[in-house]
Design a protein around this ligand. Structure first.
Ligand SMILES: Cc1cc2nc3c(=O)[nH]c(=O)nc-3n(C[C@H](O)[C@H](O)[C@H](O)COP(=O)(O)OP(=O)(O)OC[C@H]3O[C@@H](n4cnc5c(N)ncnc54)[C@H](O)[C@@H]3O)c2cc1C
Length: 505
C-alpha cells in the first residue's frame, strides 16, 4: 500500500540520497541497514482500476541508487545462487549504487536477455531476494534489497537512452534451426543460437509473438511495448518469424527436419491447455477459462466492444476460482473491464495462496473481495443458459498434503449461493497435446510434458524442448533458464558437425 504519492516518494529519496552521499567515511553495514527500503511508486488504486496502464511506475534514479546502497556486497553472493540465470547481482547493484547505469546494464545483459521483463514479473521474493542478508537481518523478505526493481530500473533506463544494442552475431554458418513457440523459452533459444551465426526461424501459432508474456500477463503488469522491444532486438539480429503457423497442423514437427532441412528444432510450446473443475454448469454462457478471458482481453482487444470481432462478455458480478497469479490477473482484468463486484474464491487460506504477495495486495487495493476456505460446488444458469449464480461450499484446513500445504477439507452442509453472472476458472494449465499426438516418437510423461535430458534433448534426435512444455506451468525465468541450456546444447551439436564437415573437405 502506498502511503506517499510518487512525487513525495521521489522527493524523500532525493533528500536522503544527498545525506548518504555526503556521509563522512565509509558506510558500515549498520548504516546501510538504516536506509529505508524504497517503495515502488504506483498508480492510485482508484485511477488504475479503470485503465490498463502499468500499475507499478518504476523507481526514479535517486530511489534506485538508495536502494542499491542498501546492499552489503556479501562475499557469499547467495542472491546469485538463487537466480535461475545466475546474474552477478552484487556487481550490477554496486554499479547502480555508484550511478554507473550503463555498466549495470552491461553486467545484467551478459546473462539475461529479457531484463525489463524479468524485473517486472519474476517472483524475486522466492528467488534472488529470498536469502538476502538485509531481508534476513530485518526479518522481513519484503525489506530485502529490491533486486527485481533495480533490474527493471536499469533495463528501462537503457531503453530510454535509445541505444540498446543487439548482441553481436557471428558470420553465417549455413546451419538452420527452427524454434516452435515464441514465449520466453523460444526467444532465448533464438537469440543464443543466432549469436553463433546459425539461421533461426521462430514458428508461432498466434498472430502475435511473445507467448504468455503477450496473451496471458496483462498490460497493467507487463506493457506490450516491452515485449515488442525484445522481439525487435531479435529481428535486428536477423531472426525470422512465421506467425499463424501451428506446428502439428500447418506442418508436422518431423517435417521441419525431414523435409524442410532444419538441423535442429527447439519446442517451447508452453502449457496452454486450461484445466476445469468438472462441476455442474461449467458449460454455461458466462463461464471462461482464465486463458480464454485473458487472451481475449490482451491479444484480441475484445474489451473494445464497438470494434472487436469477438467482443468480450459484459460482466457485472464475477467469481474467479483459484489462488495463483493467473487468478489475480483475471480478477484484476475483470475490474478493469467494468465489473462492479469481483470475488476470488480459494479453498485454502491466504497463507497457502501461490500468488505473489504483491499481486494479492494490489488486487485488494483495487477492491477485489477474497473468499478464503470456499469453493464452487456448481454453477447455476437461467432459462437462457447464462450464469446467474454459483453454489459454494465452505472448507477447513486438515493435514498437509503431498505439496506440503494443509489439505482443504469440506464442511458438510455448508452450501451457500453467491450471485454472479460470470465465472472465470483459473485452477491451472496443462500441456497442449497437439505436438505429442502428431509426433508419436516423442516421449512425454503422464502429464503430457516432453521428457528431456539435462541438455534439454528430447527422445528424438535433433529435437530439444524447454519451458512450460517440459516443466508444466512454471515461470518466465525458469523457461529462460531451460532455453539457455537448450541453446548451449544445440550450438555444441552444430559446432561439432561444422568441424566434421570441414575435416571431410
Ligand atoms: C496469466 C498468467 C500470468 C503469469 N504470470 C507470471 C508472472 O508474473 N511471473 C512469471 O514468472 N510467470 C508468470 N506466468 C507463467 C509464465 O508466463 C510461463 O511460465 C512462461 O511464459 C512459459 O514460457 P514458455 O516459453 O515455456 O511458453 P509460453 O509463454 O506459453 O509460450 C509458448 C508459445 O508457443 C505457442 N505455441 C503453442 N503450441 C504451438 C504450436 N503447435 N505451434 C506453434 N506455436 C505454438 C503459443 O502460442 C505460445 O506463444 C504467468 C502465466 C499466466 C498464464
Amino acid at each position: 500500500m502506498n502511503h506517499l504519492t510518487p512525487e513525495e516518494l521521489i522527493d524523500e529519496a532525493r533528500a536522503l540520497l544527498k545525506d548518504v552521499i555526503n556521509f563522512e567515511g565509509p558506510l558500515k553495514p549498520k548504516d546501510r541497514l538504516k536506509i529505508p527500503a524504497q517503495e515502488m511508486p504506483a498508480q492510485d488504486p482508484i485511477v488504475r482500476s479503470k485503465n490498463l496502464e502499468e500499475v507499478a511506475l518504476g523507481y526514479a534514479a535517486e530511489q534506485a541508487r538508495l536502494e542499491a546502497i542498501r546492499c552489503l556486497q556479501c562475499p557469499k553472493k547467495q542472491c546469485v545462487n538463487d537466480c535461475p540465470v545466475g546474474i552477478d547481482i552484487p556487481t550490477f547493484v554496486k554499479h547502480v549504487a555508484e550511478g554507473e547505469f550503463q555498466a549495470a546494464a552491461d553486467e545484467i545483459k551478459k546473462v539475461s536477455l529479457l531484463p525489463s521483463i524479468c524485473g517486472r514479473v519474476c517472483p524475486q521474493e522466492t528467488q534472488c531476494q529470498m536469502n538476502c542478508t538485509i531481508g534476513k537481518s530485518l526479518k522481513d523478505v519484503d525489506k530485502a534489497v529490491a533486486i527485481g526493481r533495480l533490474e527493471r530500473f536499469i533495463a528501462d533506463w537503457e531503453r530510454a537512452q535509445g541505444n540498446v544494442k543487439p548482441p553481436e552475431v557471428k558470420p553465417e554458418t549455413g546451419k538452420k534451426v527452427a524454434v516452435v513457440g515464441s514465449g520466453p523459452a523460444g526467444l532465448v533459444v533464438a537469440a543464443d543460437v543466432r549469436r553463433e551465426g546459425h539461421d533461426v526461424t521462430i514458428f508461432e501459432a498466434f498472430h502475435k509473438l511473445g507467448g504468455v508474456m503477450r496473451y496471458g500477463i496483462p498490460e497493467f503488469r507487463l506493457p506490450n511495448e516491452i515485449v515488442d522491444e525484445e522481439i525487435n532486438t531479435l529481428e535486428k539480429m536477423g531472426v525470422k518469424f512465421q506467425t499463424n503457423f501451428v506446428v502439428g497442423r500447418t506442418r508436422k514437427l518431423m517435417d521441419l527436419i525431414e523435409k524442410d532441412g532444419f538441423d535442429a528444432v527447439f519446442v517451447g510450446t508452453g502449457a496452454g491447455l486450461p484445466m476445469f473443475m468438472n462441476i455442474e454448469g461449467e458449460n454455461l454462457v458466462g463461464v471462461f477459462s482464465a486463458n480464454e478471458y485473458l487472451t481475449r482481453a490482451n491479444l484480441m482487444r475484445a474489451f473494445d466492444r464497438s470494434h472487436a470481432d469477438t467482443p468480450i462478455y459484459k460482466s457485472q458480478r464475477v467469481a474467479v476460482l483459484g489462488g495463483g497469479n493467473v487468478a489475480m490477473d483475471s480478477a484484476r482484468m475483470a475490474v478493469r473491464l467494468g465489473a462492479e463486484k469481483v470475488y476470488v474464491v480459494y479453498r485454502r487460506t491466504e497463507v497457502e495462496m501461490p500468488a505473489r504477495k504483491e499481486e494479492v495486495a494490489h488486487a485488494k487495493e483495487e477492491g477485489i473481495e477474497f473468499k478464503f476456505l470456499q469453493n464452487a460446488k456448481r454453477i447455476i444458469g437461467d432459462d437462457k443458459g447464462r450464469v446467474k449464480a454459483m453454489e459454494c461450499l465452505k472448507y477447513e484446513l486438515g493435514e498437509p498434503d503431498s505439496s506440503g500445504r494443509r489439505r482443504p477439507v469440506v464442511i458438510p452442509g455448508s452450501e451457500f449461493i453467491i450471485d454472479v453472472d460470470t465465472v472465470i476458472v483459473a485452477i491451472g494449465n496443462g500441456s497442449n497435446p497437439l505436438i505429442s499426438q502428431t509426433t508419436p516418437e516423442l516421449e512425454v510423461n503422464k502429464w503430457g510434458n516432453i521428457v528431456v535430458n539435462g541438455d534439454q534433448k528430447s527422445s528424438v534426435d535433433r529435437i530439444f524442448a524447454g519451458g512450460d512444455i517440459v516443466l508444466g506451468a512454471a515461470t518466465v525465468i525458469l523457461a529462460m533458464g531451460e532455453g539457455r541450456r537448450a541453446a548451449h546444447a544445440i550450438n555444441e551439436m552444430l559446432e561439432k558437425e561444422l568441424k566434421e564437415e570441414k575435416a571431410v573437405i
